[in-house]
Design a protein around this ligand. Structure first.
Ligand code: HXC
Length: 304
């Protein structure tokens, strides 16, 4: 066999393909009259989740640091039916977050669902991370998530209204994430916040859940994260590295999000749902040799 050729596909079907794009997981109109705010909603998985809420009748507030991304996403999402409001916001800025909620309430009414999807990440050996790089990832992924949630929670507590928070997590919150020390630590904090707030705010009618995507390639995913350390040649080869023998589709995360925030999940809170075809549970029967993160990332010896 040619050493460069991809491994042959095993003679197993893998997990079945999901229904086509445009199919809804819940009854039509489940989110009629609801406002759903999605951070990082201008691209990637955030946009895909926003689309599934819109298909079910929601009006959307999509938040991003990039006005250009928001404009393109607004045009795309508006075609699905509901109203779409955009807000440029860095979630590290609590005053700006309060302005975004004020503007959303004026335009559409108070959001009843908050999807904390915005996050920061890039692979790096831990010892190469500068203090500023660490702070940037922790401040966006953990502190920004908290600032958004704090604003959402305080408004619902003041109004006496129920709400639902979904925090997008990562499976390395449980396992550790070699090559992603900053992001893994932040996501572990996010998972813990879900569990704490679900208890603190349950009495007020606020559900707080986590949702973890598996490998779901989309055009906005940075190449460094998509290919990861595997340097897979294409999506077909990436699929072979999953127990499902396929990658996930962004709409599969969207369907899970619409369920978690829906009336059909009102007794689910403090839970983090992993949508990854069991990839995070994978263990090799034969333990492979250890390569340092520096070697895997092709970096030379530290300090040289
Ligand atoms: C090393 C980097 C870097 C990189 C930024 N920095 N990118 N260091 N490698 N690729 C450093 C900078 O040098 C700087 O440190 C510090 O980080 C802050 O950078 P800024 O650009 O000034 O800050 P900011 O724009 O606020 O944030 C940069 C960013 C963010 C963290 C890279 O823009 C970002 O995350 N963008 C990508 C978002 C994204 O694609 N997220 C997908 C997440 S998916 P110095 O010391 O030089 O000042 C995910 C799934 C997990 O998380 C699963 C994966 C396996």
């Amino acid at each position: 066999m040619d050493a460069a050729a991809p491994p042959p596909r095993p003679p197993h079907p893998g997990l079945p393909a999901p229904p086509p794009l445009g199919t809804c997981a819940l009854p039509p109109g489940t989110y009629d009259g609801s406002v759903v705010l999605v951070t990082g909603g201008g691209s990637g998985l955030g946009k895909a989740m926003a689309a599934e809420f819109a298909r079910l009748g929601a009006d959307l507030v999509i938040v991003s640091r990039s006005a250009d991304r928001l404009k393109a996403a607004q045009e795309e999402l508006a075609g699905l039916g509901g109203r779409v409001v955009t807000a440029v916001c860095d979630i590290r800025e609590p005053e700006r977050i309060a302005e975004v909620f004020d503007a959303a309430e004026s335009a559409l009414g108070p959001p009843s669902v908050l999807v904390n999807n915005a996050a920061a990440n890039f692979p790096s050996p831990a010892e190469d991370l500068s203090p500023n790089a660490w702070r940037a990832v922790l401040d966006i992924t953990l502190t920004g998530t908290w600032f958004m949630t704090r604003e959402f929670g305080r408004r619902h507590l003041a109004a006496g209204t129920p709400g639902s928070v979904i925090d997008i997590g990562a499976s390395y919150a449980w396992t550790g994430g070699p090559g992603h020390a900053h992001s893994a630590a932040a996501k572990a904090g996010v998972r813990n916040l879900v569990e704490t707030l679900a208890v603190e705010w349950g009495p007020y009618g606020i559900q707080v859940n986590g949702l973890v995507p598996g490998l779901m390639p989309h055009p906005d995913l940075p190449e460094s994260i998509l290919r990861g350390l595997d340097r897979a040649a294409d999506e077909g080869e990436l699929a072979l590295r999953q127990p499902a023998l396929r990658v996930g589709l962004p709409r599969e995360l969207g369907w899970a999000a619409t369920f978690l925030a829906s009336p059909y999940a009102r007794f689910i809170s403090g839970h983090t749902l992993v949508v990854d075809g069991a990839n995070w549970q994978r263990r090799a029967l034969v333990t492979p040799p250890v390569n340092s993160v520096r070697e895997q990332l092709g970096r030379g010896p530290f300090g040289q």
